[in-house]
Design a protein around this ligand. Structure first.
Ligand code: MN
Length: 496
């Protein structure tokens, strides 16, 4: 166990409150419940499930989460108002995150009150919440800009009135690790202290770790760093920083981090930045020749975290930076046998594709390898006809006739749109031969305008084998069909 930190660090996740305050994000009660269950399952100590005062739907969601018997403390945001506290208690929450503005700026400009009035409100709210049987985490909003002596006195009196825990909120992301080292120790002596940071200047993780080192025993986090403006301290980053950089063993089930990140991204509609630490698409993807070469020999040469630790897989993609080692590794994985001269030629052609600005898919590499090795690729699937219809007051439908292994198959399927219907009917027609799943679907318009060339990339899997392939047409539906058929042919081809 690390000597730097309290041996019982707690995580309070506020994805469902501060995270949901991300502009444009709103989860329905069903989605909130699913996220809460997964947070509990991964090992979060407390979940701030929402603001009970916000709406009927919010209260329904909080009550459902609180009544589910999760092995996690359920908390709700509350202002220093009896009304908010009543809502929290009526939702069966275990605790409240009782937020009181503490900087003179917030007290005077936002609240239009005096320090004494705010203190009186805070103490009254603490007492009232304790009467209603709630655990109280008394939280100083905009604490970074507060008179620290005033904050210390307020927290001391709050604890005297029954507050169980305290929280230092860096509401607009103005802390530095140096300020944390000065502000946190006296406050952490009063009662167990949480730290709540925002990432406006990219300091949330550094400030959080500094606060934990300075005596705070709980960190507020959000999955994927969602939250107001630039967001809160990302859960996945604190966990992995503690574990990898400080040797601190959390109780978090780390291999569930990526599935949770994906779920939250899906439900909130906020995509993961491709270069986001730990959970971004590129976090464990390598292209450059030198790096990929190192990774293939020994992953720790260019990786600080093992992808499997957080539920992910390493990916080596091919492009103009690819070297012989990554191309050889990819060929080996696809069971091609090529001599040095052939590999050299394949690398050259892969780089050419990269130079044209293309992402080199598995199907591209196979086509190049087939050409260089002069292997004739007999397609398993051929398409005879394809129709897709869409419009208003009708159900998008696609029909297709394929020849699979010499046998003609005709089918039809409906979908959420013509592309969805097309994907469905293609999978349906080959389902007798193989269970092919569509793992990912991605569209790029190459140039502007409605006549632009559309490039569709799909990731398909069959029995754990994954392949990417591409179609490029001015017709998005046909580009999708082309990508699917190319990928399915590659997956179904018997190479052994
Ligand atoms: Mn906040």
């Amino acid at each position: 166990m690390s000597v730097l930190f309290s041996d019982k660090l707690r995580f309070l996740d506020t994805t469902l409150r501060d995270g949901e305050q991300t502009p444009g994000v709103s989860l329905n009660p069903e989605q909130k419940f699913e996220v809460a269950s997964r947070l509990s399952d991964i090992g979060i100590d407390a979940i701030e499930a929402g603001s009970a005062a916000a709406s009927d739907g919010e209260r329904e969601a909080i009550r459902r989460i609180a009544d589910a018997g999760l092995n996690t403390e359920i908390c709700t945001f509350s202002r220093a108002l009896h009304l908010d506290i009543d809502y929290a208690a009526d939702c069966n929450a275990d605790s409240i995150h009782l937020v009181v503005p503490v900087s003179d700026l917030h007290i005077a400009k936002k609240m239009r009150k005096t320090r004494d009035e705010v203190v009186a409100m805070a103490l009254d709210a603490v007492r009232y919440a304790k009467d209603r049987g709630l655990i109280v985490e008394l939280s100083g909003e905009d604490a970074s800009r507060a008179d620290q002596q005033f904050l210390c006195d307020l927290f001391t009196r709050g604890v005297e009135h029954g507050a169980d825990r305290l929280c230092f909120c860096d509401t607009v992301g103005l802390l530095t690790p140096e300020k944390v080292a000065e502000f946190v120790p006296p406050l952490a002596k009063i009662a167990p202290l949480s730290i709540h940071c925002h990432d406006d200047l990219g300091f949330a993780l550094a400030n959080t770790l500094a606060a934990l080192k300075a005596g705070a025993s709980c960190t507020h986090v959000t999955v994927n760093g969602l939250g107001e403006r630039a967001g809160n301290t990302p859960f996945e980053e604190v966990v992995m920083a503690l574990e990898v950089l400080y040797g601190y063993r959390t109780r978090i089930q780390k291999e569930k981090i990526y599935p949770l990140a994906s779920l939250v991204s899906r439900h909130t509609g906020v995509p993961l930045a491709v270069n986001k630490a730990i959970v971004g698409e590129m976090a464990f993807t390598h292209e450059s020749g030198i790096h990929a070469h190192g990774i293939i020999r020994e992953p720790t040469t260019y990786e600080s975290v093992k992808p499997e630790m957080v539920g992910r897989k390493r990916r080596i993609v091919l492009g103009k930076h690819s070297g012989t080692a990554s191309v050889e590794a990819a060929l080996q994985e696809m069971a091609y046998k090529a001599d040095d001269k052939q590999v050299k030629e394949i690398v050259k052609r892969v780089k050419q594709l990269g130079d044209e600005g293309k992402r080199v898919t598995d199907a591209d590499l196979m086509a190049v390898a087939d050409a260089v090795l002069a292997i004739e690729c007999k397609p398993v699937i051929k398409m005879r006809q394809f129709t897709a219809t869409s419009g208003s007051n009708m159900i998008p439908t696609a029909s297709v006739t394929l020849v699979v292994n010499g046998q003609e198959m005709t089918g039809a399927a409906t979908g959420d749109g013509p592309v969805d219907a097309a994907m469905a009917v293609l999978r349906k027609c080959v389902s007798d031969v193989a269970d092919i799943r569509l793992e990912e679907y991605h569209v790029d318009a190459i140039s502007g305008g409605t006549d632009a060339l559309v490039e569709v990339t799909v990731r398909l899997s069959k029995d754990g084998k994954i392949i990417t392939s591409r179609g490029a047409r001015t017709d998005i539906i046909m580009a999708s069909v082309e990508a699917m058929i190319a990928g399915m042919n590659r997956l179904l081809r018997d190479r052994t």
